[in-house]
Design a protein around this ligand. Structure first.
Ligand code: ARG
Length: 718
């Protein structure tokens, strides 16, 4: 028996590496251990070609886009590809009823046509560095209660050192739940212009119906450009700025992909929770996920009603609507798949193993029982926490009203300081335009009524703010619904925050009493202060315990299984995931091919549906088979494909790169059968959905007629 053990073990290891080749979002600096496996799967580049800080490498072409997505440089003039849904806010902001580029598309035919986007950023990683020792040293002897503040302080000091007297931007991030810390130094560009976008009937084809699903037919791309000053360095927008000359840009392959071909995705995944415990999963499945979905239903319903009435309201609300709808469907899918894939049971099994291993080890034996116990108290308050974000702050007026807090504080000071007051006024002035640009009174009044009614019904009465009693005193209301409708009507009739002109009048001569008595402000302050005083302390106490124990849990998991390669949860830092093009079977007897085509777009065409209305110009190109060099061997166009790469939100827009380092597609989504992927990677079902770069180029060239852009790129044909 004994002799067999090593053999068995090595066999297990082998199957582990093969089966899980696709799982993992790896830090590029630490890829050395994965390199042999990457080569086996089809990578032809050296580790230095992937990541190097001294000579140009692929990492220099990967750009963190506006703090939430990924983009890649595809020409020596700083041309950027990202997803349409990553450019959506900017595209919508440029759209008016008379120049509606969201619906009609936009193709800059010269640099002069490119559109400025105030506030937009694009950051390129300069270097990363392990700073764990320094952070850990600073934390020695620090009480858990003070650890977060101490950490923030040392992070700040490290960041300052890394950027002092440079043009750089830096951030320190925690990995493996505080088991390691890395510093990231960036060059952050702030003059980013919109170059091209397809109409949303292509860029968002399939809409919310197809979102998070395969088979997919969306041309989810948009094109931007980085501008720099005459020294090729980051600078605020100026008409004198020039296209950025990158250290590295990606060549584009239009050779096409086959099942099994090597692919890697390089980008900035936002957040995963792969080390989540069964207790956390139970809370999500039973409490927070369903509540988030129910609350979002209301916003989506009331916005949609107004958006359907008028095009200008639709343009006003489109971007907010898309954002809320995207994660509304995400939480539905996550809950469904956590249940279907029995992730709770899976986690329980591994926790059982951990507990057995931890027996008699003082550092680890109490880890999981302590977390479990912390959830008992937290679960009483967790819904309230969700409701603050998805209910109280989800009404636009409530969210906006809370931004007057600093002004109230300044006005209330025993000796009001004019400088403080003016600072608060300036901040409020700065936020005004952005708020009123996407504020729609009719829908938000309904939303405020329905959401506060939900709070009343679903949050335990002993957690309500005292102000709830005032709300309930509405005169002549017969039903609960009417009570909250009257309450909302009163807020919208009497708050000065409803109209920009009234806010301007108020800010010209701010008065403490007027602010405190404003019904929108009074509403949001009472709910928010109640949360801060009575609920947040429970959430904070839970957070402290859960974090400290999770640090030990992950450390223990690593000790328990020393031969396993661990990768850290996503945290908006640069990662690489590698694997292959791979079809899958979503259920018994059904197989999904690894790619879709323009023929499939035409099959889905439905002129009556906003989501599936194929533009006539695309139908024309299809009818004439006018595909140019982008056609596949069946004289069709490949639209999207799937791989087994491991991505999450934030990877949107990431380059999908072949074994030669060439761009073959842009990652843009995950698939329904693996919506639990942020918590648990299921290699049988989890896929990355990518738009084929040939569809992108076909659109730019044949649909948009922007041959000027095609000429900038380096296209590899065979
Ligand atoms: N689910 C995609 C993601 O989160 C976004 C897709 C955008 N399309 C849409 N119909 N909302 O990356």
């Amino acid at each position: 028996m004994k002799k067999l053990l090593p053999l068995l073990l090595s066999f297990q290891l082998l199957t582990f590496t093969i089966a899980k080749a696709d799982e993992g979002m790896w830090l590029p600096m630490l890829l050395k251990n994965n390199y042999a496996e990457m080569q086996r799967l089809g990578l032809k580049l050296t580790p230095e070609q992937l990541y190097d800080i001294n000579t140009a490498s692929l990492k220099d072409a990967i750009v963190w886009f506006n703090g939430g997505c990924t983009s890649e440089i595809v020409s020596d003039k700083g041309l950027l590809f990202t997803n349409h849904h990553c450019g959506y806010g900017a595209i919508a902001a440029h759209s008016t009823a008379s120049d509606n580029i969201l619906d009609n598309g936009f193709w800059a035919k010269s640099l002069a046509d490119e559109k400025d986007n105030p506030g937009m950023t694009a950051s390129i990683l300069v270097r990363m560095e392990d700073v764990s020792d320094r952070v850990n040293k600073a934390l020695v002897g620090v009480d858990v209660k003070d650890a977060e503040a101490k950490k923030a302080e040392i992070f700040k000091a490290i960041q300052k050192e890394a950027t002092d007297k440079t043009i750089y931007d830096a951030t320190v991030k925690s990995f493996f739940r505080d088991n390691a810390y890395y510093l990231f130094v960036f060059e952050k560009f702030t003059d980013i212009r919109l170059v091209a976008t397809p109409p949303q009937s292509i860029g968002k084809f399939g809409g919310d119906t197809d979102n998070w699903m395969w088979p997919r037919h969306t041309g989810d791309f948009s094109v931007f450009r980085i501008y720099a000053n005459k020294d090729n360095k980051p600078a605020p927008y100026s008409k004198d700025n020039l296209p950025y000359h990158p250290k590295k840009f990606l060549n584009i392959s239009i050779k096409g992909l086959q099942e099994g071909d090597y692919t890697m995705v390089y980008g900035f995944p936002g957040r995963t929770n792969r080390y989540e415990t069964s207790f956390g999963i139970q809370t999500a499945v039973e409490k927070t996920n369903p509540a988030t979905v129910d609350l979002r239903d209301i916003r989506l319903r009331d916005w949609k009603e107004e958006m359907d009435k008028s095009d200008s309201v639709r343009l006003l609300l489109s971007s907010k609507y898309a954002q809320i709808a995207n994660y509304w469907k995400y939480y539905i899918g996550q809950t469904e798949q956590l249940k279907r894939l029995k992730v709770f049971e899976e986690k329980q099994n591994s926790e059982k193993k951990f507990n057995e291993w931890a027996k008699g080890k003082p550092e680890y034996a109490s880890v999981l029982p302590t977390i479990e116990n912390a959830y008992v108290d937290y679960n009483k308050y967790v819904l309230h926490r969700t409701y603050i974000g998805e209910c109280v702050m989800a009404s636009s007026i409530g969210f906006y009203a809370l931004s007057f807090q600093d002004l109230e504080k300044a006005l209330k000071a025993p000796k009001p300081d004019t400088a403080e007051i003016n600072k608060a006024i300036r901040t409020l002035k700065g936020g005004e335009d952005a708020f009123y640009k996407s504020f729609n009174i009719a829908s938000d009044q309904k939303i405020l009524a329905s959401l506060t009614e939900m709070f009343y019904k679903n949050i335990p009465a002993d957690q309500h703010p005292a102000y709830m009693a005032e709300i309930l005193k509405q005169k002549k209301a017969k039903t609960t619904k009417e009570i909250f409708e009257k309450f909302a009507a009163n807020v919208f009739k009497n708050s000065f925050m409803v109209h920009k002109a009234d806010v301007d009048k108020f800010l010209a001569k701010p008065d403490l009493k007027q602010l405190q008595n404003d019904p929108a402000y009074h509403f949001v302050k009472s709910f928010y202060d109640n949360y801060i005083t009575n609920i947040k302390p429970h959430a904070d106490a839970f957070g402290l315990i859960n974090n400290a124990q999770s640090t030990k849990y992950i450390k223990g998991l690593m000790e328990m299984d020393p031969s396993k390669k661990f990768y850290p949860d996503a945290n908006s830092t640069l990662r690489l995931t590698y694997g292959n093009v791979q079809s899958y079977s979503p259920k018994d007897a059904v197989t999904y091919k690894y790619y879709t085509t323009l023929t499939g777009v035409m099959e889905k065409d439905d002129p009556k549906s906003f989501e599936f209305n194929v533009p006539s110009k695309l139908k024309e190109l299809y009818k004439n088979k006018d595909f140019g060099q982008y056609a596949n061997k069946d004289n069709d166009i490949n639209v999207a494909f799937i791989t087994n790469n491991d991505i999450t939100g934030g990877n949107s827009g990431s380059p999908v790169i072949n074994g030669n380092g060439e761009l073959v597609g842009l990652a843009f989504d995950g698939n329904w059968e693996a919506m639990s992927g942020d918590i648990y990677f299921d290699s049988k079902y989890k896929r990355t959905i990518c738009v084929d770069v040939r569809y992108v180029l076909f659109m730019i060239d044949k649909f948009g007629g922007a041959s000027n852009l095609i000429k900038e790129m380096n296209i590899i044909k065979n």
